[in-house]
Write a protein that binds this ligand. Structure first.
Ligand code: ATP
Length: 327
């Protein structure tokens, strides 16, 4: 009898570690007796028949590579019911009994839609922003922050040489986690995140003056992308303090690069967990429409709707830590 098949795709924004997750799904899938298909360009691959049967060596040498070998996409078509049904039909034609989707919460909605159309899906959190409520960690977060820290350390060298202030905008559209953790790691004077209301006078200018009074001459201000306006903040600081101030938007550099140990490890652990869930589903025919997460140091899984409805918690404790040391 032919093996049952599972498939894997990456969707939404790319994140370092996605390849490690793809590798884990392919290897654990084959280990568990499945045939495994790689689906190219997100959900589009299911609509265009853009899939390839993977073998153990199809995923060799990708563990350390950034981006995603399966490519990623945002598929407008897949938002419509008729195309979701078409994708499910295509999966059935290949004997695909489960799909692993690696992406952000938009991709989770896609996975829920496909589960509803009859193909059990398990979603993995893959996004640098760490903006997914049901998990303490998303694949790509650590690498993105390490890149940001490396860049900001370089910016600091030049800020220090010129007694300047540097305003650095890091990624995070709705979530200040990259800004917060990076800000602590580079010793920022101020960290501005979307989760905490800010006042430029109190939270930036006063802090600069206080630090200046104790002899500090160069300053780093970290702004999350979701707050934005780093150029305006920079002009304001220069105007109010007379300190030469430059703004840098780090941008897509944070998405690239070889994944860190943490991302390789999390991606591998989550990828294996996704296959285990699908395997369970294969035995009793029920498991699908699940999200894998990392909570309190353990792998967990939730129903996708339940996961999407969870409120995200900001790490207030870490914010207080930052406030106590950036004085
Ligand atoms: P990132 O966090 O990097 O933005 P994401 O996964 O949230 O990643 P989105 O662009 O929101 O990125 O979603 C990726 C894709 O998932 C969409 O292009 C679409 O194909 C699919 N998708 C999103 N929402 C839905 C939905 N409600 N129904 C079906 N498919 C969806």
């Amino acid at each position: 009898m032919a093996n049952k098949s599972i498939a894997v795709l990456t969707s939404g924004g790319d994140a370092p570690g996605m390849n490690a997750a793809v590798r884990a799904v392919v290897r654990a899938g084959i280990y568990s007796g499945f045939d495994v298909y790689g689906v190219y360009k997100g959900y589009n691959g299911l609509l265009n028949g853009d899939v390839k049967k993977m073998d153990l060596r199809s995923v060799s040498d990708i563990l350390s590579r950034g981006g995603t070998i399966l490519y990623t996409a945002r598929s407008k078509k897949f938002m419509q019911l008729e195309y979701q049904q078409q994708a499910a039909e295509f999966c059935r034609s290949l004997g695909i009994v489960g799909l692993v989707v690696i992406g952000g919460d938009g991709s989770f909605r896609g996975a829920r839609a496909l589960s509803n159309a009859g193909i059990p899906c398990v979603a993995l959190p893959g996004t640098i922003d760490n903006d997914i409520a049901c998990t303490d960690y998303t694949i790509g977060f650590d690498t993105a922050m390490n890149t940001a820290v490396e860049m900001i350390d370089k910016i600091r060298d030049t800020a220090q040489s010129h007694d300047r202030c540097s305003v650095v905008e890091v990624m995070g559209r709705h979530c200040g986690d990259i800004a917060l953790e990076t800000g602590i790691a580079v010793g920022a004077t101020s960290i501005i995140v979307p989760e905490v209301e800010y006042d430029l006078e109190k939270d930036v200018i006063s802090r600069i003056y206080e630090q200046k009074d104790t002899g500090k001459k160069h300053f780093i201000v970290i702004v999350a992308e979701g707050v934005g306006g780093s150029q305006e903040i920079s002009h304001y600081i220069q105007h109010r303090t007379g300190i030469e101030t430059r703004a840098t938007i780090l941008g897509h550099v944070q998405r690239g690069g070889s994944p860190s140990l943490r991302d390789r490890l999390m991606a591998t652990t989550m990828g294996v967990a996704a296959v285990e869930l699908l395997q369970k589903g294969n035995a009793d025919g029920t498991v699908g429409n699940r999200v894998i997460g990392w909570r309190d140091g353990k792998i967990v899984d939730y129903d996708i709707t339940e996961a999407l409805e969870m409120p995200r918690k900001f790490n207030n404790h870490l914010y207080e830590v930052a406030m106590k040391v950036s004085i």
